[in-house]
Design a protein around this ligand. Structure first.
Ligand code: NAP
Length: 339
């Protein structure tokens, strides 16, 4: 018999292995009736995490039909969308269909919400075979049901923003919140993957926190041009995040804070090298390797604090939406990615 505290974490929905929390489970039960402490969502759209989508896209050589089949297979087998290679998920939007009498989430039937907990722990059933998705982008229009637990979080969708924008911003809202926490007045900051969604929001958050030198690291001249036009960074440099020496050379004087916002593996060593002794690296990227970061830093005798970008920080959703609304450069970089 699970206790109320255990149910709040969703333990009762874990099919295997028994005893783990839903995020670590191989398989969840998306079909049980909605519990008194749960909320059922009629799903309208998934936002696959960037690292997960990139891995699926590359594994299937850009074949959208094959990517669609792979996502359907994962959700059907696991009862949740958790890419077995990257371990990451994403989040979803939909309409609240049922609210248990004891749910503490404050949601009402009919609310349109974005879940702010990862798809990797959200019981999910897809009922339309993903027929409206071409498999070529991170946003997946679909029909199905999802379940929120008592300790899940969800945000009612803002009425002033298109839903694909809100979904994209909310998916990465932990990045600017984590950046705001570590940047001090006068800090120097590098953001790797700076022209992406989480990257540009992190730059804007660092600016708000009064960073004095903001370096945006991007992979291509095309992204550099877009980032310069957005006006979010003091310096825009081009380097492959997976080439540590190139990243360090491009950043120049090591910075106090480095935020890793790429969606590819292998960015750990460049980030550590670019960071000054006593500084901090925030690994927001889900493609980050814990051994790569920890052992790499040790091997460089680098005295840096390394933080895993927790997807949750109180107030993170409002912070990210606010940055999007009032920062034209952020809108200029995010909008083309979601339209
Ligand atoms: P995004 O919008 O796709 O941005 C990623 C950026 O990294 C893009 O500009 C991309 O350039 C760039 N990039 C890719 N490879 C690079 C390389 N080798 N060198 C330099 N830049 C490179 O992704 P996002 O949505 O911001 O997500 C970024 C990361 O955050 C992903 O790893 C995702 O999994 C993670 N994430 C974490 C959480 C959390 O809770 N911690 C939540 C959501 C997402 P191109 O566009 O040219 O490829």
């Amino acid at each position: 018999m699970t206790t109320a505290a255990e149910r709040a974490l969703g333990v009762h929905r874990v099919l295997e292995p028994v005893g783990v929390l839903p995020q670590a489970a191989h398989r969840l039960d998306p079909d049980a009736p909605t519990g008194r402490d749960e909320v059922r969502i009629d799903v309208e759209r998934l936002n696959l995490d960037a690292a997960s989508f990139r891995q699926l896209n590359e594994a299937h050589a850009g074949d959208g039909d094959a990517v669609r089949s792979a996502v359907l297979e994962i959700v059907g087998r696991r009862g949740k969308m958790q890419n077995p290679v990257t371990g990451s998920g994403g989040m979803l939007i939909g309409r609240v269909a049922e609210v248990g009498d004891d749910s503490p989430l404050g949601l009402a039937v009919g609310d349109r919400v974005a879940t702010l907990v990862s798809l990797t722990l959200t019981p999910l059933r897809i009922t339309d075979g993903l027929e409206r998705w071409d498999g070529l982008g991170e946003q997946v229009p679909t029909t199905g049901t999802a379940v929120l637990f008592a300790r899940s979080i969800a945000a009612v969708l803002p009425e002033d923003l298109p839903e694909n924008v809100a979904l994209a911003v909310l998916d990465v809202c932990g990045a600017p919140a984590a950046t705001e926490r570590v940047v001090r007045r006068g800090s120097s900051v590098a953001v790797i993957g700076a022209a992406g969604k989480s990257g540009c929001l992190s730059l804007a958050a660092a600016r708000d926190a009064h960073a004095h030198r903001l370096v945006g690291v991007v992979r291509t001249e095309q992204e550099a041009t877009a980032l310069r036009a957005a006006g979010l960074a003091d310096e825009v440099v081009v380097a492959d995040a997976t080439d540590p020496l190139a990243v360090a050379a491009a950043v120049g004087d090591p910075v106090d804070v480095t935020v890793v916002c790429v969606d590819v593996a292998g960015a750990e060593h460049g980030a550590v090298l670019a960071t000054a002794d006593g500084g901090t690296v925030v690994f927001f990227s889900m493609a980050t390797s814990f051994p790569g970061a920890a052992l790499g830093a040790e091997g460089m005798a680098a005295d840096v604090t390394m933080l895993i970008g927790n997807g949750y920080t109180p107030g993170h959703a409002a912070l990210a939406l606010d940055l999007y609304r009032r920062t034209p450069g952020v809108r200029a970089l995010i909008d083309p990615r979601v339209h």
